[in-house]
Design a binder for this molecule. Structure first.
Ligand code: COA
Length: 466
């Protein structure tokens, strides 16, 4: 594993330069998040006006800190950043996380250049400037001014948008989406999306990388393609590329100072590199949820199990639209499935357990699907009925899926109904079974997995013949 960004993701000590004494200020919030989220390394507030902040001894300058400092989070106003960066360099800080705005994104290109030069002189790396920070949950690091709490998991989220990134941090907690890392990229004066992706490609705690991208720095396209090929050969990467429209591209340019470029160029680059392109944030996390918890499909044959004919038809339409191949069950499999349903159900695909289905029907049908050599992937649908409590069904699904954990078959669930259905889906998601509020979203997520699977097969084939 590349060690280049270890100081960013696994710092042994952190200084917060500009740690404020005042609740509500950014420098205060970052220090509080670091402490409250349970970071176990040494933490040093730096503030010339304070002797103690949040119970920790404060230092007037980073140079006054007695021990070594791996990471320094900088939250002082722009005119002071150069001075504190110089001090951090002298101290031997390995990475500067520069929260401060007011650099290239506002036309202050010279100040940003000087900052990078200073860092280079001392062999120091820079994340930012103009960012909300970095989080890495395996070591309980939350050096951001976003929400204090983050759900641990294996989705890495890299974002060029600050406010959206912060908002999504909170949203992922509510949605039971577990994150390994959150990295705010900002102006990418030094460390960029490519380097972070390459680092996370080797991170054992990350299974899927999601990126909100506005644009790359000019002249970095080729490097992006070469590096991302290496990353997607190891794990899936889902990108949402903003600034697709002409006006959107102009907005992106003034946001982080990056070139949005022609959308077609990005599309072609994503295709060449096996990057999965999502068009909405919802889509990006829907797919990530599936990749994060389910095995990669070993084949294409998909079965749909439902208690509602209508949602079964909707899922079938979505499967056709998304190129998801629905299995035609053999006579033998149909006979087995018939045993799991009332006589008026259907053992064809979609397998219709009917509105009369209870836990036992789902339990049996799911077991048949897991046991059958014909089935590669399972989509399980449920419409709220008065005779089947969704939470109880979710518990049954968790139990059966647990028995077939090593089957190598992805299982994706969709449940439709009221409040208790959401509770049931949360329960499933907490148990690493991806659950979606519409059949189309479950199908789209499986389709993303199948596309990634065929990309991986294609590159493996190429490697074998070359
Ligand atoms: N070393 C360390 N701390 C210093 C210092 C120095 N040389 N000089 C001043 N400080 C202290 C200040 O005294 C203050 O602490 P206090 O509140 O206890 O007095 C603290 O550093 C912060 O300085 P302050 O002048 O109050 O700045 P601020 O908190 O109003 O703003 C930023 C600082 C970085 C938050 C602001 O300049 C900024 O860039 N905001 C935008 C951040 C952003 O949106 N980033 C992108 C997100 S996506």
């Amino acid at each position: 594993m590349s060690r280049s960004l270890d100081a960013l993701f696994r710092p042994r000590s952190i200084a917060v330069i500009g740690a404020s004494r005042h609740p509500g200020k950014i420098g205060y919030t970052i220090l509080k998040n670091i402490i409250d989220y349970g970071y176990r390394g040494r933490v040093y507030p730096v503030n010339p006006k304070a002797t103690e902040i949040l119970g920790l001894k404060a230092y007037p300058s980073v140079l006054d800190i007695p021990g070594p400092v791996d990471m320094a989070v900088v939250a002082v106003p722009a005119p002071i950043v150069q001075k504190v960066a110089e001090e951090a360099g002298k101290k031997g800080v390995k990475v500067l996380v520069v929260i401060t705005s007011g650099f290239a994104e506002t036309g202050n290109v010279e100040a940003e250049k000087r900052l990078v030069e200073t860092a280079r002189r001392y062999g120091m790396r820079i994340l930012g400037p103009n960012i909300f920070g970095v989080a890495y949950t395996p070591i309980r690091l939350n050096a951001t001014f976003g929400p204090g709490n983050l759900r641990e998991g294996n989705i890495a989220f890299i974002t060029q948008s600050g406010a959206l990134g912060i908002a999504l941090m909170g949203w992922t907690v509510m949605e039971e989406l577990g994150l390994s890392a959150v990295v705010s990229m900002g102006n990418m004066a030094d460390i960029d999306v490519v380097e972070v992706s390459e680092y996370l490609a080797d991170d054992p705690h990350t299974r899927v990388i999601t990126i909100y991208l506005e644009g790359l720095k000019p002249g970095t396209g080729r490097r992006f393609i070469e590096a991302m090929r290496r990353v997607t050969a190891k794990k899936p990467v889902i990108v949402i590329k903003a600034g697709r429209s002409r006006r959107g591209a102009a907005a992106a340019a003034s946001h982080t100072g990056s070139l949005a470029g022609s959308d077609n160029v990005y599309s072609a680059a994503f295709k060449q590199t096996g990057i999965l392109r999502a068009y909405t944030v919802e889509e990006m996390f829907d797919w990530a949820r599936a990749f994060a918890s389910q095995p990669l499909p070993r084949g294409e044959n998909t079965i749909i199990i439902t208690n509602g004919g209508g949602v079964g038809v909707l899922a079938t339409d979505a499967a056709e639209e998304h190129g998801v191949k629905l299995l035609t069950p053999s006579k033998e499999l149909r006979d087995k499935l018939s045993q799991t349903m009332p006589w008026f159900g259907s053992p064809r695909n979609p397998v219709d357990l009917t509105g009369q289905a209870v836990e036992e029907n789902y339990e049996k049908a799911l077991t048949v699907a897991f046991e059958s050599g014909e089935v590669d992937n399972i989509i399980l649908l449920y419409c709220r009925t008065a005779i089947l409590d969704p939470v109880s069904l979710a518990e049954t699904i968790v139990e059966v899926a647990g028995r077939y954990e090593d089957s190598g078959k992805p299982l994706l669930v969709s449940m439709i109904g009221g409040e208790d259905v959401y509770r049931a889906m949360n329960l499933l998601n907490r148990h690493s079974i991806p659950a979606y509020p519409s059949p189309e979203r479950a199908v789209a997520a499986l389709s993303a997995m199948l596309r990634y699977r065929s990309y991986r097969e294609k590159i493996a084939g190429r490697a074998a013949t070359s």
